[in-house]
Design a binder for this molecule. Structure first.
Ligand SMILES: Nc1nc2c(ncn2[C@@H]2O[C@H](COP(=O)(O)OP(=O)(O)O)[C@@H](O)[C@H]2O)c(=O)[nH]1
Ligand SMILES: [Mg+2]
Length: 551
């Protein structure tokens, strides 16, 4: 039912001026909800709903449907109304569940008839040029439907009476003298339609078969039954489709509906214009730009600072340098340096065992964001909202500001989590440093061996023992070469490595900085930028909808 109504609403709006207005306003109110004054949005939505409801199935046509039991005379009445023999009379229609349609006046009802599922061979356009009567012109725009018999078992689902009553401008119930009091008819069909009494009309057909003296009493009886059904105020007309009696009155009644629909349409168009203009005024006409990128960058910078990224990055560099220097330094002095206090220990940062541990302890060891840093974050968020809403009316810029701070409370925890999940890459001593460490120890070993060898030679000389032949290279004895070479090469290697370590430490710090900032910008995108962008998108939708509604 809902989808049927929705489909119909979409149909209503197609192509016509008032339809454009409804469609545009529908888009605009949907997008404005949650951002603008709820009263205003509700009022606009109500106007849209009222309009699409009052226009029923079509803004341009007056849909009149003939409903009733088999044999009541729907097809005969259909023919009598259009003056053509279009509908097969006396044919039971469980077999053909299709309705027939006759359109008065110019065409343009194709989409409507397609939607109703009426095949083309069952459609007739009754060209108003053929008619000279004023009354026929008054029917221009009428789409008359001869519905399948309501008591048929094979009624097309599109055209079930209980659905059409929501959509048709006029539902004409054709009753006959034999069955008008049928309890099933009243219980199953008429009483449930009480809520729709304003679109209903009851016709008592076959009146020629009722003795003239009894007609008045019978019509009064129909009236009484309808009142009992809750259909007070629904007009009752006595007709004879076969003889044409009462058909003129029926046409006049239909013409009245056409006229009143025209009036309703005019009023609705004015209503819609009024609410659209009000919404337009509140919304303003500022052009929305995309969020300036440098604003987002500035916000991310402020967040990085407040989250302690520079501290962490500094620690990554220092730690890498310290550890790599220890690994690659000359073992003798670097062992001594271990006795000196580690500057990192003072920061309570342990970058050694695992990089992730850093941020595990960072919450307590990295200094909390200062008031100044927090204020800077607030300033950047506000600046971003201000930039995004530049030129917008006050309600919209307020909406943008609200969106910008809507998730700010989550920021602290989310930043911590994001930083915690970031690999700082500071844990490992670089591979080459490991190799250098082995080399350094080999050099120390060689120096030691040389020293011991020289010592042995010295002791033997002191004891006047015959010295064994000492191998030499380029005139320098091996033990001397081993001792001096080992020390010299070790110190030199340590010096060269210091430069290399400094470069590695800087590179790691830069990488850590990049990764941390990327993590931060993901958080700020989700918590600040996206909500703001969402409002901008909605604003653009409201503007587009209004442009359509006011075109
Ligand atoms: N006497 C008389 N017969 C009618 C009248 N209207 C319809 N009929 C006849 O009733 C039968 C059923 O009519 P029809 O229009 O097919 O009814 P439908 O089934 O509701 O479409 C046909 O034989 C018609 O000729 C009327 O006003 N007077
Ligand atoms: Mg029929």
């Amino acid at each position: 039912m809902t989808s049927l109504l929705e489909g119909a609403r979409r149909l209503v709006t197609r192509g016509t001026d008032i339809g454009q207005r409804i469609e545009g306003l529908d888009v605009a109110t949907t997008a404005a909800r949650g951002h603008l004054d709820p009263d205003l949005v509700d009022r606009t939505t109500a106007a849209v709903e009222r309009a699409s409801g009052r226009l029923r199935l079509s803004a341009d046509h007056t849909v009149v449907a003939l409903a009733g039991a088999t044999g009541s005379g729907k097809s005969s009445t259909f023919n009598a109304l259009n003056g053509l023999d279009l509908a097969a009379v006396g044919v039971r229609r469980p077999t053909t569940s299709w309705a027939s349609a006759c359109v008065w006046g110019d065409d343009g009802a194709d989409e409507l008839l397609d939607w109703l599922g009426i095949p083309e061979r069952h459609r007739t356009v009754r060209d108003s040029m053929l008619d000279t009567g004023r009354e026929d012109r008054a029917l221009a725009g009428v789409v008359l439907l001869d519905l399948p018999d309501h008591d048929s078992t094979e009624v097309s689902h599109h055209l079930e009476v209980d659905r059409l009553v929501d959509l048709a401008d006029l539902l004409v119930w054709v009753l006959d003298p034999q069955k008008y009091a049928d309890a099933a008819l009243h219980d199953r069909y008429l009483r449930p339609l009480a809520g729709h009494h304003e679109v209903m009309l009851v016709v008592l057909n076959h009146l020629d078969t009722v003795p003239e003296s009894r007609r008045g009493a019978m019509l009064a009886d129909v009236r009484r039954l309808l009142d009992a059904d809750g259909l007070v105020g629904v007009p009752v007309l006595g007709v004879s489709a076969r003889h044409g009696t009462g058909i003129l009155e029926l046409r006049q009644e239909i013409a009245r509906r056409v006229a009143s629909k025209k009036a309703i349409r005019t009023r609705l168009a004015a209503d819609l214009l009024a609410v659209a203009e009000r919404l337009d005024e509140v919304t303003g006409r500022a052009r929305v730009e995309r969020l300036p990128q440098q604003r987002v960058v500035a916000l991310d910078d402020a967040l990085a600072e407040a989250a302690g990224v520079p501290t962490v990055v500094g620690a990554v560099e220092q730690s890498t340098r310290l550890r790599a220097n220890r690994a690659t330094g000359w073992p003798v002095t670097s062992w001594l340096s271990r006795l000196k206090p580690d500057p990192l220990k003072r920061l309570h940062l342990d970058l050694g065992s695992a990089g992730k541990q850093l941020t595990g302890t960072a919450r307590t060891s990295v200094p909390e964001a200062t008031l100044v840093q927090r204020a800077r974050v607030d300033t950047e968020v506000r600046a971003l909202a201000d930039d995004a809403s530049a030129g917008m009316t006050r309600p919209w810029s307020a909406a943008v500001r609200r969106a910008s701070t809507s998730r700010l409370e989550e920021l602290g925890d989310r930043l911590d989590a994001a930083l915690g999940a970031t690999d700082l890459g500071a844990a490992r001593v670089p591979m080459w440093a490991g190799a250098v460490r082995v080399l350094q120890w080999l050099l120390v070993l060689s120096a030691l061996l040389g020293g011991v060898w020289l010592g042995v030679l010295a002791v033997m000389g002191y004891l006047q023992l015959p010295a064994p032949e000492t191998p030499s290279a380029s005139g320098i004895p091996w033990p001397t070469l081993m001792l001096l070479g080992g020390v010299l090469a070790g110190v030199l290697l340590a010096l060269v490595c210091r430069a290399l370590v400094a470069w590695t430490a800087r590179r790691r710090a830069r990488a850590a900085d990049r990764r941390l900032r990327r993590a931060i910008s993901e958080v700020s995108a989700e918590l600040v930028v996206e909500p703001v962008q969402g409002v901008l998108t909605d604003y653009a939708a409201v503007r587009a909808g209004l442009e359509k509604a006011l075109a």
